[in-house]
Design a protein around this ligand. Structure first.
Ligand code: NAD
Ligand code: MG
Length: 384
């Protein structure tokens, strides 16, 4: 049976990994909409290759290029924030949410509101607007499938079990490229060093987040919304080989884990085929070659991100949205060479310390909290 698919953020790391899977089972899929921020030519090439009905750029300034690249085809080209939401609401059976950052929040909400299946990679949307999004998922009867490898692992380990019998959920973390660096070395970490992840090949923002451990902090908040066991039952363990993607321990002492290669096509395939399975061309897990799996407690002195994220979740309300916004601004500044590596967590901490607005009750209020926190974080960087 053919199913229809929309990919928000089709030109990114998750987007292209998804299209790689579709390429191998072309007859099973009909592509409705593909989106990008700009990258008009790349987006147009993908839209043509996959026979998409619609191609959308978030940045309207890139629309003329997209139109030109699609001229002579029947593919509809559009641009801007509203057009992204229209693509998200294209009525696809499966929508893959793979925009990076809070920029993906409104399209994610538009996809949720149409019901259907949403494969969510865009963790920042859930961190910023978790309660509102999860309410909307329930209200619209949408199926939310976690694509983030840890959450996909937990989701799989929960199948056929009762969540009230969970003792612990353990998120594994690779520890990133600086796992063994001293505080002094971290102060001098460069952009190039931060962009070299030992296990995963990903977009720039999440790669820096993995180096600071904000990725695990965001994932803790993501898990807190997706799997309602309470913050106290969520733990993080550093596991440098990234073979175990996460674990669920039940009250009888049984721990279920999901293992796999460090290849996002595995969790994406699990979402695309769910509740069935599909073939992938991923290199199978070769445990004898890997040899050893090791585990460590996270060091929250050198990497304060997970502590900040847990505190933001405990504070609740707008705190996770403020944490996320400040982190997005700080990561962009680090990538632009404007602040040092250790300033990222310092800026996030100071933005949260300055105070958190009341809990947002609508998408518009979350976006206002996000915008205000970005301004404050930017101002703090000017002073810093
Ligand atoms: P990426 O930077 O490689 O791609 C991002 C995509 O979003 C691109 O298509 C880009 O054009 C689009 N985009 C960026 N800014 C936009 C904007 N303002 N408006 C509209 N579109 C915009 O990022 P990625 O690594 O693929 O990550 C995507 C999301 O998936 C992130 O939330 C990330 O945390 C999550 N995720 C990624 C991985 C991974 O392996 N890459 C793993 C787990 C979770
Ligand atoms: Mg992850």
């Amino acid at each position: 049976m053919t199913r229809s698919l929309t990919i928000l953020g089709a030109t990114g790391s998750i987007g292209t990994s998804t299209l790689d899977l579709i390429r191998q089972s072309r007859d099973n899929w009909r592509v409705k909409a593909l989106t990008a921020n700009c990258s008009a030519r790349e987006l147009a090439a993908l839209a043509i290759e996959f026979g998409a009905e619609m191609a959308v750029v978030g940045d309207e300034a890139c629309l003329p290029d997209l139109r030109e690249a699609l001229s002579g085809t029947a593919i509809k080209a559009s641009g801007g924030a509203q057009a992204l939401c229209e693509a998200a609401a294209s009525g696809a059976d499966v929508t893959v949410a793979a925009i990076v950052g809070c920029a993906g929040l409104a399209p994610v909400m538009a996809a949720v509101e149409q019901g259907g299946t949403l494969a969510l990679a865009n963790k920042e949307a859930l961190v910023s607007a978790g309660d509102i999004l999860m309410d909307a998922v329930a209200r619209h009867g949408a199926t939310l499938l976690p694509t983030d490898s840890e959450h996909n692992a937990i989701f799989q380990c929960l199948q056929g079990n009762d969540i009230t019998e969970v003792r612990w959920i353990t998120l594994t973390a690779s520890g990133g490229p600086f796992r063994e660096w001293s505080a002094e070395q971290l102060g001098k970490a460069t952009r190039e060093q931060a962009l070299k992840h030992p296990n995963w090949d990903m977009g720039a923002k999440i790669t820096v987040d993995s180096a600071t451990m904000f990725n695990k902090g965001l994932e803790l908040i993501e898990a807190w919304h997706l799997f309602p066991v309470g913050l106290d039952r969520l733990r993080i363990v550093v596991h440098p080989q990234s073979v175990i993607h996460s674990m669920v321990e039940y009250r009888d002492g049984s721990t279920l884990a999901q293992l796999g290669p460090s290849d996002m096509r595995v969790p994406i395939a699990s979402c695309l085929a769910w509740p069935a399975r599909m073939d992938t061309a991923c290199k199978p897990l070769d445990l004898p070659t890997i040899g050893t799996l090791s585990f460590f407690e996270p060091d929250e002195e050198r990497f304060p991100a997970t502590r900040l994220a847990r505190a933001a979740a405990q504070a609740g309300g707008a705190a996770p949205a403020v944490l996320n916004a400040a982190n997005e601004v700080a990561v962009a500044a680090f990538l632009a060479g404007q602040i040092t590596f250790t300033q990222i967590s310092a800026i996030v901490a100071r933005t949260l310390d300055e105070g958190v607005p009341p809990a947002p009750t609508s998408l518009a209020e979350v976006l206002a909290v996000d915008a205000e926190a970005r301004q404050r974080a930017s101002r703090l960087m000017e002073i810093a």
